[in-house]
Ligand binder design. Sequence first.
Ligand SMILES: Cc1cc2nc3c(=O)[nH]c(=O)nc-3n(C[C@H](O)[C@H](O)[C@H](O)COP(=O)(O)OP(=O)(O)OC[C@H]3O[C@@H](n4cnc5c(N)ncnc54)[C@H](O)[C@@H]3O)c2cc1C
Length: 500
Amino acid sequence: MASVATSQSSSAVQTENFDVVIIGAGISGVGAAYHLGDQCTDKSFVVLDSQQSFGGTWTTHTYPGIRSDSDLYTFGYRFKPWVGAPIASAEEILNYMGEVIEENDLAPHIRYGHTITRANWSNEDNLWTLEGIRNDTQQPVRFTANFLWMCQGYYRHSEGYTPDWAGMDEFNGQIIHPQTWPEDLNYKEKQVVVIGSGATAATLVPAIADDCKHVTMLQRSPTYFIPGRNENVLADQLRELDIDETWIHEIARRKILQDQAKITEMAFEQPEVLTKQLLGAVRAYLGEDYDIEKHFTPNYLPWRQRIAFVPDGDIFKGIASGKASVATDEIDHFTEDGIQLKSGDKLDADIVITATGFNMSVLGDIAFSIDDKPVDFADTVTYRGMMFTGVPNMLWIFGYFRASWTLRVDLLADFVCRLLNHMDQQGTKQVTTMLRKKDQHMPISSWMDPENFNPSYLMRSMDLLPKCGNTPEWQHTQDYWSEKDLIPEIDLSDEVFVYK
Ligand SMILES: Cc1cc2nc3c(=O)[nH]c(=O)nc-3n(C[C@H](O)[C@H](O)[C@H](O)COP(=O)(O)OP(=O)(O)OC[C@H]3O[C@@H](n4cnc5c(N)ncnc54)[C@H](O)[C@@H]3O)c2cc1C
C-alpha cells in the first residue's frame, strides 16, 4: 500500500495525499472502499463524510418506521450475504454496513465530520485538491488525490424539500419534514396530516397510525405500490435445506432480478396489464367499495417513478382499519388549525408532515474546477452516467431507480478498479472521457428523458445535471440488466478514454 504523504502548503493548512479520495460513507462509499481494498491493494485511499457516522441515507432518516423500499438481497452488496427479511429497517441496514466495515478493516480509512466544498484538478500535477472543513473544529482541511470517487448520493442531507404554501406561517401546529425528524416529536392522540404519497409517506403512515388520533395521507395525485409479504420464499426454502448463505444470497439475487426484469419489461411493453395487476393487489386489501380509481390510480404509467414495495400491505391495512385515510386533493392554503383544500374540504391537523421529497444535490454541492476554471456539469456529457466529458480522473456513483441502487455500486466499483489497474499498467496518470469524432454531432439532451423517468426532484434540477447523448454509452440508461453485461466489457483502449 502506498504511503500517506503529509505536506505543508503555503497557506499553512496541512495537505494529506492519497491515491484515491472517496466522498461519502453511505452504501456507495463503503462499497467503493471495500472494492478498492480488494481489487487495488496497493492504493492508498480515504473516505470523507460530513456526517458523524457511516450510512448516509440510513443515518439521516430517523422517522418512525424508516425502512428500505427494495429488497436487501439486491440492495445489499454482492459480496456480503443478506440473511434477514427482504425489506429492512434503517437499523438493520446500518448493522449490515457496520459488519462490512469491521470485517474488512475499513474504519481506519474513514474520516467523519469532514465536509468538502471545493475540488480543483491540476493538469500539471495530475491531482485533485479537495478543500473543506472539519465540522467539529471548523478548521480547514485539504486533501490531494490522483482519483476522485464521488459517492455523495443524490440529495442534500441537511434539509428536505418543502413547497411554499400560502398560510404556513399562520398554522398553529408543527410542520415537520421527515428528513429532519425531531427525536421528541409527540404525535400520540394527535391529528396528523402527511403530505405526499411516495415511499416515505407509505412508510410513515402505518408506522404512526396506531398512536395518532388519526392520520391522513394527503396527495395531489396517487402513486403505484407493490404490496407483498416481507419474505423471500426461495431463500427461506434454501435455508431449510441448510444451503450456504453465500449461495442463498446469489440465488435469491438472481431470482429477484429475473422477476424485476419481467416487471420492467411489462411496464414498457404492456403497461396496462401491469397497472391492472398492481391495482388488483391494492384492491385485495381495501375491498371493492374503496375508491381505488381516485386514490390509488396514478396518472402516469408504471415505473416512470420508483414503485415502493409495501411489506405485508401495512399502509392498506391501516386504511382498512380506519386509523388512516387518504385524501386526493390539492392544498389551497394552510389555516390556523389545518389545511384548506381546493375541493372545499378541510383537514384538521395538529401536526403536518411534509413527505414532499428532496433537494437534489449534484455532486455533493462541491464547487468543481479544472486548473482553477469552474466546471459547470450542465456543459458536460455523461459517459454511461458515471464520468463526464472533459473532467479527468473522476467518477460518480448514481445508482438505479428501477432496481436496487447498490447493484450499480458493485458494478461501477469493478470498473473503477479495472481502470485504475489499467492506468498503472500503462503508466498513465490521467484519464478523461471525450466525445469521439463519430459522437460530435449526436443529439444532446437533458440527463433523463421525462417520458422514461420523472420524479419531481429530478425534474426540478435538470438544468444542473450533465447532458446525455443518444446512445447507451452517453446515457444513464437506468437499465441494470443490460449494464451488468456491458460495463464489465468496456474496452479501456477505446478512443472515448483519453489517457495522459
Ligand atoms: C428513505 C429512503 C429510502 C430509500 N430506500 C431505498 C431502497 O430501498 N432501495 C434503493 O435502491 N434505494 C433507496 N433509496 C435511495 C437511496 O438514497 C440510495 O439507494 C442509497 O442509500 C444512496 O446511497 P449513497 O451512499 O449513494 O448516498 P447517501 O446515502 O445519500 O450518502 C451520501 C453520503 O455522502 C456524504 N456527502 C455528500 N456530499 C458531501 C460532501 N460535499 N462532503 C462530505 N460528505 C458528503 C453525505 O453526508 C452522505 O453521508 C432510499 C432513499 C431514501 C431517502
